[in-house]
Design a protein around this ligand. Structure first.
Ligand SMILES: *Cc1c(COP(=O)(O)O)cnc(C)c1O
Length: 382
């Protein structure tokens, strides 16, 4: 059996090697390292794939979130509501910009932000909601858009984990993750579902004025050469990363299918096991969760409900099976983001999840034999 990896980027590279190598060589030969035709080509192809008017490439997903918030002209003191159960980048940029992060609890089934908790947290200072499409599944966008509209708030999608996922609205309309709010942000970090071979990110919007404003922000606040109208940043995607991303974007739907296929096999194996809660997909499309395109399984995350999550983790390590604990500490309990306004009783779900979740190897190269070894090892232990 091939050694099991959490993410097998070396294996995935084998299939796109020629295309990537030729493209990278061409970048070297033409020295179009920054903002060259590859970056422009990728931008256009991603716009077409997502069905959105503007993709603005930038240096990483954290920058994408920060720039999205700068683009919406959020001001120090404005409150921004986001999930307590996510990667810290989301709350970090809110705090960095002098905005006030307001963390709320998540849904016990999908681990995505709880819209009722969002609505309860709204004050006259609230300006934006940042749902994170966690582990590859869209947050409850129907309800969140309704809340945003009712309270006149911006909706910024953190789509670092769900590129390629499709949300079906209650009225049957479908949209890609990251294109439903006022602005979306994503990451092309190597281990993401659409990952490059370094750092990269992008911002999405259908709003022409916002897109123009953001294109200046990523380039030192310049709209005309050496005229700096606003305080910007320097955040660029380079051409070599764009070569990799173009090769992978044309295969993204196949990659998503492979992840769902692995999820389906995991689900089948764990279906009847006591003390294991499977990832649940909640959608409006009426399909079975691991066959429909609403979930792209950035992570395949189980809950171990008998108190033995850490013992299982140790056992997996012994057997050479990698795993991840995403996330081990609720954000409201992180030193950097403590706030006396948080009340422990407001976070029952995140406090339970951090003790129970475990994410299994999930990537496009997982084979039958590896999945069988992982599932049998876990079932034997449980
Ligand atoms: C990875 C990730 C980010 C940050 O992306 P980088 O490219 O690493 O800066 C932001 N939010 C979430 C939810 C992520 O998973």
């Amino acid at each position: 059996m091939k050694k099991i990896q959490m993410v097998d980027l070396v294996g995935q590279y084998q299939e796109i090697k020629e295309e990537v190598n030729i493209g990278v060589q061409q970048v070297m030969d033409t020295a179009a390292f920054i903002n060259g035709p590859e970056v422009h080509g990728f931008q256009k192809e991603l716009e077409a794939y997502l069905g959105i008017k503007h993709v603005i490439p930038c240096a990483n997903g954290t920058d994408a979130l920060q720039i999205a918030m700068m683009g919406l002209r959020l001001k120090p003191g404005d409150e921004v509501i986001t999930a307590d159960f996510t990667f810290a980048a989301t709350v970090e940029v809110i705090a960095l910009l002098g905005l006030t992060p307001v963390l709320v609890d998540v849904d016990p089934e999908t681990y995505n932000i709880d819209p009722e908790a969002v609505e309860k947290a709204i004050t006259p200072k609230t300006k934006a909601i940042v749902p994170v499409h966690l582990f590859g599944q869209c947050a409850p966008m129907d309800r969140l858009l309704e809340i945003a509209e009712k309270h006149n708030l911006f909706l910024i999608e953190d789509n670092a984990q769900a590129i390629g996922a499709t949300h079906t609205f209650n009225n049957g309309r479908k949209k890609k993750a990251g294109t439903m709010g006022h602005v979306g942000a994503t990451s092309f970090f190597p281990s993401k579902n659409l990952g490059c071979y370094g750092d990269g990110g992008a911002i999405f919007t259908d709003d022409d004025d916002l897109a123009h404003f953001i294109r200046g922000i990523v380039n030192h606040g310049m709209y005309e050469r050496y005229h700096h109208d606003v305080i910007g940043v320097n955040s660029r995607l380079d051409s070599i990363q764009a070569v990799v991303l173009r090769a992978k974007l044309s295969r993204l739907d196949t990659y998503c299918d492979k992840r769902r296929e692995a999820a389906r096999k995991y689900n089948l194996a764990f279906r009847a096991a006591a003390d294991i809660v499977l990832p649940k997909t909640v959608n409006n499309c009426g399909m079975i969760c691991d066959t429909c395109d609403c979930h792209v399984f950035h992570q395949y995350t189980l809950r171990i409900t008998n108190g033995k999550r850490d013992a299982l983790a140790a056992h997996l390590s012994e057997k050479g099976i990698p795993f991840g604990i995403y996330y081990p500490i609720p954000l409201h309990k992180q030193k950097a983001y403590e706030d006396s306004r948080y009340r422990e009783e407001d976070f029952p779900v995140t406090k339970q999840l951090v003790k129970e979740v475990i994410s299994l190897p999930m990537h496009t190269e997982l084979d039958e034999e590896q999945i069988a070894f992982i599932t049998t090892t876990i079932l034997d232990f449980i």
